[in-house]
Design a binder for this molecule. Structure first.
Ligand SMILES: [Zn+2]
Length: 167
């Protein structure tokens, strides 16, 4: 199952609580997968004790444990990275997800990959498009068309393989 959220804590950390003595093993910020994304020019939330998405990280790690207990692999994906790698960098004005034009544009791009999409999200909904991109990345993974960034222990991010992307 493709999950759009961190599925692990940085190496050395058992939690994201300032009150806990656990410390990141690396002097660098965040997880290796997040640093590798940054090197590709793709911004993401750093998973640190100062994260503003802590509750989501805990929920995602809990979800991972639940899935794995039922032998369902959990795959961390990042729809924004998938979008950039599949479609190339779009100018800010065309991808402004907050505007109807931006959403329509993105819906058209995603519809070139996923048949029936316009039917599913007729009014263009950004969260729905992210979910479609997340799942599509999972499909690419099953087809062997992805690569992983980061470290297995602290969680890897699966992205469309760059050689197969259209950029
Ligand atoms: Zn801790």
């Amino acid at each position: 199952m493709a999950v759009d959220a961190p599925l692990g804590f940085p190496l050395g950390q058992c939690c994201l609580e300032e009150s806990c003595a656990c410390k990141p093993a690396s002097p660098l910020t965040g997880r290796a997968c997040e640093r590798e994304l940054a090197r590709l020019g793709i911004a993401s939330f750093w998973t640190t004790k100062r994260s503003i998405i802590k509750p989501m990280v805990y929920a995602a790690i809990h979800l991972r444990a639940g899935l794995e207990a039922r032998s369902i692999p959990a795959l961390e994906v990042y729809p924004y990275a998938s979008k950039v790698l599949l479609f190339g960098r779009m100018s800010k004005s065309t991808v402004k997800k907050s505007t109807p034009e931006g959403l329509a544009h993105l819906t058209r791009r995603v519809a070139t990959l996923v048949t029936g999409l316009r039917h599913a999200t007729p009014n263009g909904n950004h969260d729905a498009l992210d979910a479609v991109l997340a799942t599509y990345t999972g499909v690419l993974h099953l087809r062997g068309q992805t690569e992983t960034l980061g470290d297995l222990v602290e969680g890897e991010i699966t992205i469309p393989r760059r050689a197969t992307t259209k950029a």
